[in-house]
Design a protein around this ligand. Sequence first.
Ligand code: 6MZ
Ligand code: ZN
Length: 348
Amino acid sequence: MEKEADLFYRQLPKVELHAHLNGSVSFSTIKKLVARKPHLNIEHGMTAIRSGQRRTLDECFQVFKVIHQLVDTEEDILMVAKDVIREFAADGVKYLELRSTPRKEKTTGMTKRRYVETVIEAIRQCKNEGVDIEVRFLVAVDRRNGAEVAMETVKLAEDFMLSTDGLVVGLDLSGDPTVGHGRDLLPALQKAKNCGLKLSLHLSEVPSQADESELLLNIPPDRIGHGTYLHPEVGGSQSLVDTVRKHNTPLELCLTSNVKGQTVSSYSQHHFLYWYQMGHPSVICTDDKGVFCTDLSQEYQLAASTFNLSQEDMWTLSQKAIDCTFAPDLKQQLHQKWLELRPTLFQL
Ligand SMILES: CNc1ncnc2c1ncn2[C@@H]1O[C@H](COP(=O)(O)O)[C@@H](O)[C@H]1O
Ligand SMILES: [Zn+2]
């Protein structure tokens, strides 16, 4: 039975909308990176949070620092991005939106522009090699770096949106949610929205951010990352929920990430249920499949077993995710693919 369910979720065509590049690095890629940089003395235990382990969100952000030390050249970024894309494809993901933060030139030896070009090159190479997945890219703003850097990043993202034949589709706001305030970033986010970049914003990932969430929700964003503390039962408010409902803004929900990062106390307490029961667009995602040792099939399977959902329910969930992507040009093609694949899945 278990095996059959494993196979079902692996074969289920899936859409991944919330994946941070450097959080998605698998164990096998980490091994290659460690071999390139033995002097750093980094072990796998320092780059991943294994099954049953928990970390505070703060400790998770220490893990990203270690990974950033390992991934610090153009060659590394190209390899990491190609490996991550291939792994998502092998897991049955047919459409992937990757996001990543261009880092300071001092830390990578390359400009932020070159950083984005390298990720785009990885996407193109995978396409040319026939990897069965469509990939789009969101340029990420790290909230810790403040308003000026955010504005520069928006300009960079806009340039790439115009020059990459639609591969760069949007902007992500992420980084340690306890640092800085969204109000300072509003002009940059608004500019991004006005120039046609789609916005996916991490918000209410931690408690007591109702003010910031209200500001950000009124932009409004095109999708919400986590939104863990938006609803009244966890200290959010009905008016925040009403705003999300009014704009019909989809949520990107990452179960294992939230449980391992301890912003949610257990799988059964995850806010997936709150939004799903309301029929609100909710998309299951991984966040950081490498750091949290998971993959998208496993997240679908966990949601199904935790909330007692059928394979048919999960099929519908994965199909509806197509309508939440930032690539309108691909929607019809993806829906077609789902229809073609359906018979093989339900014969299992
Ligand atoms: C766990 N919840 C989270 N909340 C907020 N931001 C997160 C995150 N997980 C990852 N990131 C963001 O993604 C970066 C790593 O990938 P990139 O170097 O950009 O590819 C982290 O440094 C952080 O800014
Ligand atoms: Zn995230």
